[in-house]
Design a protein around this ligand. Structure first.
Ligand code: ADP
Ligand code: GLC
Length: 484
């Protein structure tokens, strides 16, 4: 029996993306819709969405949204893609800005968004069984639904799932936001349920008030119960550990398919990956001004350039890495120190290393296809999408054994030939470089071993199929199994 689910998030493909959250909210609803569920998604109507998609959106209407002292109009738009209905909430001042997040008034902006989402339900008169909220931008929804609509039984019947994609981004704000933007009385602060340090936390509210909490891999679900990875939320997570599920992400295997990807120089499958990857490597070398050499091992990095991603393990050892017989392609943007280090690398190792500073979806596809090895030595990684894309395209991931990287990349066993990549455990640049040297050796001197790894990686199921089934089970757990 089908369930109705409203996904709420700060970003979603195919409309807007800053990271893996958009990949997930773009693909998981589609996979659930395929299983027969009525799945809809709501995000803010950002400037970039307007620029690209405005003509394709259908206007539903405008209502006045009251949230604390906020009294502002929200206009709703909709568009259906692949069986999933998307809604967009328009508010020019709050959302038509150059970036999605990172403003001083983020608390107010997303308080408005969450209240506008809940008001949308009565406005369009569609009452989902479940609201599935994601990350700090939507963490207040379970509490707001209970507290702000207490006398409407239709809201009280809705169940709540809250998914943590990255515990480090918590949406922590001053307590004065409770009356001013959220329309909540201080009791929720006084009883400690959303109190965090001296203020309040959207993330904590999601953890406390959702019926079930999920995060994006089983290993990360365990890690965040510890002080090391818990970002000061470990105690409240331990308190709710019975309701915490770790479900690994998949990827959209239609968009990410080397067999059909229109962005590649040559399409390929696991059968002809060698000629396919060589052609893509040559095209990438030409595109980026690297030396033409189809035999050299090419390392790729597509990432936010932040501490989380283990970027400084790499920048500390650029000379050693580039001392190997490799080429290195870096695509990303982020912290100035990291960007500067890669700019230095590009100028020092002309023809051998290149840094594209920025965000470029198309180039990302070509890097996954052209590279042999994909570097992702994250200090922590809730799941990680990069390594899944890489395996799908036959680029072997070299990862640190943490979170979803540990759950999705099987390290090479040279005795059995098993594995889909390479890994190391300690947060230590020596270990990373050692593993990289070893991988390079396999690439040049153990061709059958490498070939076997690429085959394993490309044959690995990285689709949403299995995980969508687990989310379905979760939904049934909180709102009745079909035969009840
Ligand atoms: P996170 O969400 O923490 O940044 P993930 O690995 O889950 O990390 O997801 C990152 C996603 O964003 C992947 O799909 C990756 O290909 C993409 N990505 C990251 N940086 C860039 C970039 N500079 N240009 C294009 N795509 C990028
Ligand atoms: C976050 C995490 C990343 C995860 C993504 C999607 O951005 O950092 O590990 O893959 O969310 O769940």
């Amino acid at each position: 029996m089908s369930r109705s689910v409203l996904f709420v998030a700060g970003e979603a493909l195919p409309f807007i993306k800053t990271g893996g959250l958009a990949d997930v909210v773009g693909a998981l609803p589609k996979a659930l819709a395929k299983r027969g569920h009525d799945v809809r998604v709501v995000i803010p109507l950002y400037k970039k969405v307007i620029e690209k998609f405005y003509d394709q959106l259908e206007r539903i209407g405008t209502i006045q949204v009251h949230s604390g002292w906020i009294d502002q109009p929200a206009t709703y738009y909709t568009k259906t893609v692949d069986g999933v209905v998307y809604y967009f909430i328009e508010h020019q001042y709050y959302f038509e800005r150059d970036s999605l997040y990172g403003y001083d008034d983020d608390g107010e902006r997303f308080a408005f968004f969450q209240r506008a989402v809940l008001d949308m339900i009565y406005f369009i008169d569609w009452w989902p069984n479940i609201i599935h909220s994601n990350d700090w931008q939507t963490g207040m929804i379970p509490l707001m639904a209970h507290a702000c609509y207490a006398d409407d039984y239709r809201y009280q019947q809705i169940k709540h799932v809250y998914t943590i994609h990255n515990l480090a981004f918590q949406g922590n704000f001053g307590v004065d936001m409770m009356p001013s933007c959220l329309g909540l009385d201080y009791s929720y602060f006084d009883n400690g349920s959303i109190k965090f340090d001296s203020g309040i936390s959207f993330m904590k509210a999601g953890i406390v008030y959702a019926d079930k909490i999920t995060t994006v891999s089983p290993t990360y679900a365990n890690e965040i119960l510890t002080e090391t990875y818990g970002e000061k939320m470990d105690a409240v997570l331990r308190y709710r550990r019975e309701d915490l599920w770790g479900i690994v992400n998949g990827i959209d295997t239609v968009t990410w398919d080397p067999k059909t990807d229109p962005l590649l120089a040559k399409n390929y499958t696991v059968r002809n990956y060698q000629s396919g990857k060589k052609a893509n490597k040559k095209a990438l070398q030409e595109e980026l001004g690297l030396e033409q050499n189809e035999d050299v091992m090419m390392i790729g990095l597509v990432s936010r350039l932040t501490n989380q991603k283990g970027i400084y393990l790499i920048t500390d050892r650029l000379q050693e890495i580039l001392g190997l017989d490799v080429q290195f392609v870096v695509l990303g943007t982020g912290e100035t120190n990291a960007e500067n280090a890669f700019k230095w690398m590009e100028s020092e190792y002309k023809g051998k290393a290149v840094f594209y500073c920025g965000y470029n979806e198309e180039l990302a596809h070509r890097i996954y296809a052209g590279c042999d090895l994909f570097l992702m030595p994250s200090l922590y990684e809730p799941c990680g999408i990069g390594q899944l894309n890489a395996m799908r395209y036959g680029s072997l991931p070299l990862v640190r054994e943490t979170g979803g990287l540990k759950d999705t990349v099987q390290p090479f066993n040279q005795y059995t030939g098993e594995g889909t990549g390479f890994s190391f455990w300690a947060v230590n640049a020596d270990d990373m470089v050692y593993t990289l040297r070893w991988a390079t050796e396999q690439y040049y001197n153990n061709k059958p071993g490498w070939k076997g790894l690429v085959k394993n990686a490309m044959n690995k199921d990285v689709s949403w199929e299995a995980s969508a089934g687990i989310y379905e089970e979760l939904y049934y757990t909180i709102c009745n199994w079909p035969d009840q």
